[in-house]
Design a protein around this ligand. Sequence first.
Ligand code: HPA
Length: 263
Amino acid sequence: MYLPDYIANIKAFLIEKGLPDHIDSSVILGSGLGDFGNEIEHTLTIPYSTIPDFPQSTVEGHSGSLIFGLIEGNTVLAFSGRFHFYEGHPFERTVLPVQLAKAFTVNKLIISNAAGGINLDFRVGDLMVIEDIIRKNMMLSGPAPEPWKLDLYPIADRVQEIAASVGVETKRGAYLYVKGPNYETKAEIHTFRKLGGDAVGMSTAPELMEAARIGVKATAISLITNAAAGVTDQKLDHAEVKEAAEMKKNEFAKLVKGLIEEL
Ligand code: HPA
């Protein structure tokens, strides 16, 4: 299955803890979006620190646990806390949630993140369905079973349809991946806009690529938590991420529930 050996060990450990062999949906919760875990019923919460071979998430706003449970009768595995390259994890380790989702044969993976808005039509609190990615300095995590490509446009169409059907307004655009951890300069954002980037962030692109490589159906949603550098005069800080997430957590939950049921 082109997965590293430790994935089978982690799965065996989680099954021993009570997880089933197959899980319907998986969700990666971005910065500040961990509250979605409260929507899950009959939960089993397993801290990353107790799982063998699991990297630890060190970023503020990421709690670092697996939450397994039910949403409207569907089994869900949520990753509350992800792994970023800028924390010192190699790319191959940052995509562990995608590989674990594959090991549990999920039908879909919903990825979320906090991102800076480059597109001048975007406002803080907008939810952007990712229709494509732009990669800066990023490497693949391993050989593909067969030549693969990333084509997110059809699934982005479907996600927007479902969002509309549950009454959640979405924007749509290209996510430009940067390694971080520092925010961008004004000149970089100016350049990124010319390149066609609509939002900028430090995660998700490796995960989407890994999903394409190993054949996991995946979509990704950015919560625009701030205007990117130079779009406004405001200084960027982590408090904004929390504020925007707090403001939009109900809409976000409605959308993800819709996707769990319909996608
Ligand atoms: N830049 C990069 N990553 C981010 C930003 C940003 O402005 N906001 C949230 N994540």
